[in-house]
Design a protein around this ligand. Structure first.
Ligand code: GLN
Length: 489
């Protein structure tokens, strides 16, 4: 088995026992990227020299035999909206095509401190707006399970890189499903943490009240391990929450007695593909045989989650993206005649179609005369959704749902129909509106061999229980791996 197929924990053991050196491992991954990335298009920047240097430093730490992190020497990559000091961070946009951040995101500082080795930056939908990773100046990401299909979005590069063994783990960001949906499409584990649990400092903002960074990994234990590293209070992020540190790995396989799982009817509606539904129900039945109690409930406001999400996220985006004016940083048109011409040209040329659509929608929703009808109404829906979730959590421990209505769709299939694309998010956006944690874990494959993810939604700061249940599902369903199967044929 290629070393690049190993989980973080397996890799860490090989590094500690000196079966492989950190530099050799990094080179192995760089070779894999050179070989496979042209077909997958997950990486937009590979920082080979920096990676080798980081691996040399990690090796010294490994040799010192001090108490080192599991991540020491383990190769990783980050979604390209997470700032990395002096390493190009583009948001897959012409606007930031040559942007070298002067500082690093807190999450990257934490990974670096643990000795993780950054291999490069990962493709995405421009400014994280999309569900297919096709809206990118670098071209679409291809799903490693079948390259005619999308990898999901907006963290499609982060999911595809893990699934194709082009890094041991990655980080993505999730504003309305962008970690969970690509995780589901690519057969990897993706966790969207509770709002405020992971620092957003250095994450280029899309919709600040919804954005969260989270791990994308090959299995559940790795996901818990990364949460141990990236979670925690950051005084530099005003929305960061001070909570007691939790060891997410500890007791991951413990039995949970009397686990009350609820299936809201709105998540199992007519939009849900029958094949996907069967696979998800099988995973839930397994939990039931293990002693969990399954019930049904209704969360009526969920039906308004998609419109409320698109109003709120676009409104926040229109404000956040106002900073890209061609003056301070980012793309500038050189032929402008005057200052307003400079703004107009720079923004018209620097942003892609989908980003412009969101800015227009958001500006409209916030404009006087429409604010009450659109933005304020969306905020009311948001409160109602939160209330309904809170009430459900008074009776149940966890909510189970599909991550997406279907498996991955074909490249180009929804590109010309933004509404169809937006409807792909029906099962993910409500979680962000309510600030809750949710995980997508692979639970099987459909008849065409494409992965299916199940989504578990928890109480605020309930990540530990989510990981626990995800682990039970993984033990039944097994880890989904691509190449073994092809090699077996
Ligand atoms: N697909 C959603 C959107 O386009 C979610 C994006 C995200 O989570 N970043 O807004």
């Amino acid at each position: 088995m290629s070393i690049c197929k190993k989980t973080i924990i397996e890799t860490a053991e090989l590094l500690r026992s000196r079966e492989i050196g950190a530099v050799e491992l990094t080179k192995e991954y760089i070779n894999q990227i050179k070989k496979k990335n042209p077909d997958i298009n997950a990486y937009v920047t590979v920082c080979e020299n920096e990676a080798i240097k980081a691996a040399e430093t990690a090796q010294k730490l490994l040799d010192s035999n001090e108490d080192i992190s599991y991540l020491c020497g383990v190769p990783t990559a980050l979604k390209d909206n997470i700032c990395t000091n002096n390493i190009r961070t583009t948001c897959a946009s012409k606007m930031l095509e040559n942007f070298l951040p002067p500082y690093s995101a807190t999450v990257y500082n934490k990974l670096q401190k643990s000795g993780a080795v950054l291999l490069g930056k990962l493709n995405m939908d421009e400014f994280a707006m999309g569900s297919s990773s096709e809206h990118s100046i670098f071209g679409a990401v291809h799903n490693p399970w079948n390259t005619a299909y999308v990898a999901g979005g907006s963290s499609g590069g982060s999911a595809a890189a893990v699934a194709a063994d082009l890094c041991a783990f990655s980080l993505g960001s999730d504003t309305g499903g962008s970690i969970r949906q690509p995780a589901s499409f690519c057969g990897v584990v993706g966790l969207k943490p509770t709002y405020g649990l992971v620092s957003r400092l250095g994450l280029i903002a899309f919709a600040s009240s919804l954005d969260q960074i989270g791990p994308m990994t090959k299995d559940v234990a790795d996901c818990a391990l990364i949460m141990n590293v990236i979670a925690g209070y950051d005084p530099m992020d005003s929305t960061s929450v001070k909570v007691q540190a939790v060891d997410y790995l500890d007791g991951l396989e413990r039995e949970v007695d009397d686990l009350k799982i609820v299936l809201p009817r709105e998540f199992f509606d007519s939009a849900l593909d029958e094949d996907v539904k069967d696979i998800i129900m099988r995973a839930l039945k397994d939990l039931e045989s293990g002693g969990a109690i399954l019930s049904e409930c209704s969360l009526p406001s969920i039906k308004n989650a998609v419109p409320a999400y698109y109003i709120i996220s676009s409104s926040e985006a229109s404000s956040n993206l106002a900073r890209f004016d061609g003056i301070r940083y980012g793309y500038r048109d050189e032929n402008a005649k005057n200052i307003s011409d400079l703004y107009r040209r720079s923004r018209s040329e620097g942003f892609g179609r989908e980003v412009k659509r969101r800015i227009l929608l958001g500006t409209y929703a916030l404009s006087s005369g429409y604010q009450d009808e659109l933005y304020k109404k969306a905020l009311k829906v948001r409160s109602m959704i939160s209330r309904e979730f809170n009430n459900a959590f008074k009776k149940y421990d966890v909510i189970a749902a599909p991550t997406c209505p279907t498996v991955a769709f074909k490249l180009g299939e929804k590109l010309d129909d933004p509404l169809k694309m937006y409807l792909n998010d029906i099962y993910t956006v409500a979680v962000n509106l309510a600030g809750l944690p949710a995980i997508s874990v692979p639970c099987g494959k459909d008849k065409n061999g494409l992965p299916v993810g199940i989504q578990l939604i928890g109480k605020p700061f309930g990540e530990k229980l989510l990981l626990n249940i995800a682990k039970m599902i993984e033990m039944k369903a097994g880890r989904l791996q691509i190449h073994e199967e092809k090699e077996d044929l």
